[in-house]
Design a binder for this molecule. Sequence first.
Ligand code: MLT
Length: 401
Amino acid sequence: MKRRIEMATLQGSYLFPEIEKRKNAYLVNYPEAPLISLGVGDTTEPLPTLVAEAMGEYARGLGARESYSGYGPVEGWISLREAIADRLYQGRVAPDEIFISDGAKCDLGRLGLLFGQEARVAVQDPAYPAYVDASVIMGQGGTFNGRGYSRMRYLSCTPENGFFPDLEGADDIDVAIICSPNNPTGAVLKREELERLVSWARQRRVTIVYDAAYAAYIADPDLPRSIYEIGGAHEVAIEVGSFSKLAGFTGVRLGWTVVPDRLRYEDGRSVQADWRRPISAYLNGPSNIAQAGGLASLREGWGELQEGIAFYRENALILRRRLVELGVKVYGGSNAPFVWAHFPGRNSWELFDQLLSKAHLVTTPGAGFGPAGEGFVRLSAFSSRERIEEAAGRLAALFEA
Ligand code: MLT
């Protein structure tokens, strides 16, 4: 068969497998190296007991005729949609605007189907690499020009602009993918910043895809956890949420997408009605076992869940504090599970190699998230306390030396 031009246009390999490859290559030469991973944001701590029990019970029920069940509703269990609307959105969105899925990443990819190949998609720079790869695979990328893709728009987010996406010159975009708390920078959009973004989108008829996968890490009550806390957002924004970092479901797979009823195409037709088509075509609803766990997370497991989030949040603060003590300029880490460390003038892949070989720490090089990530490395807080403390000690030994 003929290879699709879009596949040929993709650059290199996806970031996290590339890091895995480099880590494994290092281990071939130094098999005894006591590596600590602060790379991919993958949860490490056990699930809340009540959540694991709910999933176990559901799975056991599948083994008995009386309690066996097959497909669930394509948009997910109504009980779970109600729990999300209530617990996470305080009624700002209705249960029937919420579509449960097999994960935020899967939905972020499928959303491209709504916008089509002609859409001009903007991402923050730096950004979670799945946004760019999914857009290019969809055919929205154009050609690669050495720095980025010709048809995509990159909204620079740097310490100089307070990590607020640079909207200057971004006049021709149809869709803007915005992530807050941000992966990788850990920056969180303030209420007035989000208001500015929503008002810009309304004026320019831009649809915002708001990735709020890390919203649970916001500790500051003044910071918005959802774009729907902003007036007028229901008319321009789709929000994607995840149980991965909220409940430790990275391997369980469960997420959701909010498509508000008020979000309309130019001709007044319902975007929500259209969204049912790709999810019906690609998904027979999410796993029932995962949904049982999701429901328990928002009900009986909620208290334990908060402890888990506080634990990773403290991990981020430990890393952040240590880097600050060492005189490294750091961002994020206080309302986000990622610490974004700045080493001006340094090549971030070289920093990655140095941290790997000299401190046995696996990190993520900032340049892997886009050109504006050069000079940065990202440290993930998803690890045990013992490892985080050990990692903080190794950072001190490396940078004090
Ligand atoms: C990351 O490390 O950027 C994310 O955790 C990866 C993911 O969610 O796919």
